[in-house]
Every structure is written in C-alpha cells, then in structure tokens.
Design a protein. Structure first.
Length: 324
C-alpha cells in the first residue's frame, strides 16, 4: 500500500461527495482511503455509504473532534505514506502520484506541496504566501533539507496538515499526535513533527484545493478562535518538552503572542471579552513562571506592550481603555 489518505468529517453533506471523488479518481490507485465519520447528524454518512469501493475503510463513531479522529485514523493507517484531506476540500487528480513519487524518490519524512484557495462564493482560485511556499527560495528546489535550514522563517510556514505527505514509519516512530479537544489542532502538530523530521522536500505544484466558504473554521473569526490560547499553550509545552525552546524562543514567543493578539482584534464582538479573559489567565500563569523574563526580553515593543497591558488590566473594558 503506497498511501493512506485520511478524511475526517462532521456534517459535510454539501461537499463530501466532491472530496471523496477526488480521491477515488486519482491517477495513483494503490491507496487506502480511511474515512472517519465523526458523529455527523446530516446526510454525510449516507453519502459515504453510497460509494462502493474496496479501498474505502469507514470508521463510524460518536463525535470526538478532528484532532482525536485524525489520531485514531493515523493509528490504523497501513500505507507507506500518509496524507490528510478535509471534507470541504479536494485533491487534484494526480496529487497522490506526484506527492508519493517525490517523497519516495527522495526518501523524505515530510514533503510539502502548494495549495490553491477556492472561493465558494465567486469561484475564484487564488494563492497566498503560505500556500504557495514563498518562504522557500530557489535553493530548496529539487533537494532534501533538514528543519534547521528553515531556522529563520520557521514560523512563516503553513501549519496546514493537508499540505504535506508524511512517511508513515516516521509518524509512528515520532509519536507526534494532534491536539485533542480544541480547534487549531494542526498548529502544535506541525511544528513538532517538522522539527523532528530529518529529510524534508518541497514540490512547487498545486496539488490541493482549499475551499473558502461561510462555515469554514479558519476563514471566519468567531468563538472557535478562543482556542488560539489553548493551542499556543500546547505549542509552548511541546517546544519545551522536546528541547526546541532555547533555539527558537525569540520567534516562538512572538508567534505565541501574535495569534491571540490578532484574534482579539478581529474576533466577533460577543467573543472579545471571553477571549481576553483566557489570554489574561494565560499571561498571569506566564508571569509566575520561569519564562516571564524571556517574554520581557525577547518580545518586540508592540508585542511586549500587549503582553504587559493584558496582565495589568483586570477585564476587557479596562484593556480597551488602555488602547486609547
């Protein structure tokens, strides 16, 4: 088995057919297709069951969330390589073949490819710096590199799990798992798995299409973004536990501050106060930790001011007044 494709879905009846067909019609046919129906309450399961293909392995379960579902599917994956697909997205029809041949020929732990944005409302297709791999200059083309080569732009890379093909034996040996029980489960997973890899390559071809629509989690700044705090806490924990912290702390601390800082400025109004409360609690814990001095020393002036203002303000209204 060359590739295990993992698709975890919850209530994706509108798009799931397109996602499934993009896999079943691949130019490479030596794959298993693990579909996890994570407690859908719409017609998603009926649509999955309408496909009669022996390569499909269905896991039908009560809802446990995307991170836990991916972990469950990863444990069952038997392919030489593993790829992920979201239920509202799709792969180009030669994506598995191109990604597998690149990873196999270069014996990589991780190979990263390009993604196109598809706007469901307008039908426009576009890219961005993250999805187009613009952080990688031409010296990264057609070669194998270690994560240290990306030291200066690590936190500019896309954390999207679906943008990569992973060697299955490496996934199992590394024991890296997705965070369970929160949104943004991709982010801590990506940084840990990337920094544990030894052989990485890129493909400058758009193999994956990410659909932007009204209910897309990462494209709507709603109360799901409360989980940026928990995701940042988990990221810090993994860097510390794996011995990555000292080398990357300057950029890591800036990245940890920037996520919630951006979310607080853009999130819908009814979620601003609860998000501030979570950030405030997190920063008070940092203030009482051995890492507090690192935040004061390593953060630039804008991020340090945000950090200290959140600590000193008792509530969101007081914080808003400090901005005036």
């Amino acid at each position: 088995m060359k590739v295990s494709v993992i698709l975890c879905v919850f209530n994706e009846e509108k798009f799931i057919g397109n996602a499934i067909e993009s896999i079943l019609n691949q130019s490479l046919d030596d794959f298993e297709f693990i579909i996890v129906n994570d407690g859908s309450t719409d017609a998603t399961l009926d649509i999955i069951n309408s496909y009669d293909d022996e390569r499909i392995k269905l896991i039908n379960q009560e809802n446990i969330g995307l991170g836990a579902s991916r972990n469950k599917a990863m444990a069952k994956a038997s392919g030489e390589y593993v790829m992920f697909l979201d239920g509202d997205d799709w792969f180009g029809l030669d994506a598995l073949e191109i990604a597998y041949n690149e990873a196999k020929s270069k014996n990589t732990d991780i190979t990263i490819f390009q993604i196109k944005y598809y706007d469901d409302e307008t039908g426009n297709v576009s890219g961005n710096d993250w999805f187009d791999l613009n952080s990688f200059d031409e010296s990264f083309d057609d070669c194998v590199f270690a994560p240290g080569a990306c030291r200066d732009f690590l936190f500019d890379l896309s954390v999207n799990a679906c943008q990569k093909i992973y060697k299955n034996s490496f996934l199992k040996e590394s024991e890296v798992k997705f965070v369970e029980g929160i949104y943004f489960e991709d982010m801590p997973f990506f940084f840990e798995i990337f920094l544990k890899a030894q052989r990485i390559s890129i493909i400058r071809k758009h193999l994956y299409y990410h659909r932007k629509h009204a209910k897309s989690i990462t494209d709507v700044i709603d109360c799901n973004y409360l989980d940026t705090v928990a995701a940042g806490q988990e990221l810090m924990r993994r860097f510390i536990e794996n011995g990555f912290y000292e080398e990357y702390k300057f950029d890591l601390l800036a990245y940890k501050i920037n996520g919630p800082r951006f979310a607080l400025s853009e999130i819908v109004d009814e979620c601003k106060e609860p998000l501030f409360d979570l950030i405030h609690e997190d920063y008070l814990e940092i203030k009482d930790s051995i890492y507090y001095e690192d935040f004061l020393k390593e953060l630039g002036p804008v991020k340090r001011k945000f950090f200290l203002d959140v600590i000193k303000c008792k509530n969101y209204d007081e914080f808003k007044m400090s901005l005036d």
